[in-house]
Design a binder for this molecule. Structure first.
Ligand SMILES: [Zn+2]
Length: 178
């Protein structure tokens, strides 16, 4: 069911980036138009292996037109990164990035009551912003003009929701809490 809903969104050759513990996403890879890659906490950055060479390879060899970054509920990777406990050296940069995102989030004021969910979506929207900036900086945006889209999976309700950056500007009551 979730797989069918997801496949409906696939219109072109797509690069699918999903978090390591997003169980439903593992079934989405077997579609002729999808190239799938998992990322620690869904963090799309060179430290996770998503560097210029990696993207160039996929745009050239696989003729990718769109990128889907997938967010999800029940994300234990993100949950663990947000905890105050000591973590392995290899996770330190990811932790720093996620805590930075949380700090930005905490400075916003949302009308929405479910802040846990909202943070997951906000974190996803930030990944898109970051990737767009990176593509602009490296010239990838100009060369391949990829479309970056965000999808959020509610694993409990088995639903898929499209997320736009704008949604978060509209959701916030004000830019800062004072
Ligand atoms: Zn996850």
């Amino acid at each position: 069911m979730l797989k069918a809903k997801f496949f409906k969104e696939i219109k072109a050759k797509t690069l699918l980036i999903f978090c390591n513990d997003c169980c439903p996403a593992f079934q989405f890879g077997n579609h002729p138009n999808i190239v799938a890659a998992s990322a620690f906490a869904g963090l799309v950055n060179p430290e996770n292996g998503f560097d210029e060479a990696w993207f160039n390879y996929h745009f050239e060899q696989s003729n990718i037109k769109e990128i889907f970054i997938l967010g999800h509920t029940n994300c234990y990777v993100l949950h663990n990164l947000l905890q105050k406990k000591v973590i392995p050296e290899s996770c330190k940069n990811a932790k720093k990035q996620v805590l930075g995102n949380q700090l930005l989030f905490n400075n916003l004021s949302f009308l929405n009551e479910n802040l846990g969910f909202t943070f997951l979506k906000y974190q996803l929207a930030l990944q898109k912003r970051w990737l767009e900036l990176y593509f602009q900086k490296t010239g990838i945006m100009k060369k391949y003009e990829p479309k970056i889209k965000l999808l959020f999976i509610d694993e409990t309700r088995q639903s898929i929701e499209k997320i736009t950056d704008l949604q978060f500007l509209l959701l916030s009551e004000s830019l800062t809490k004072n």
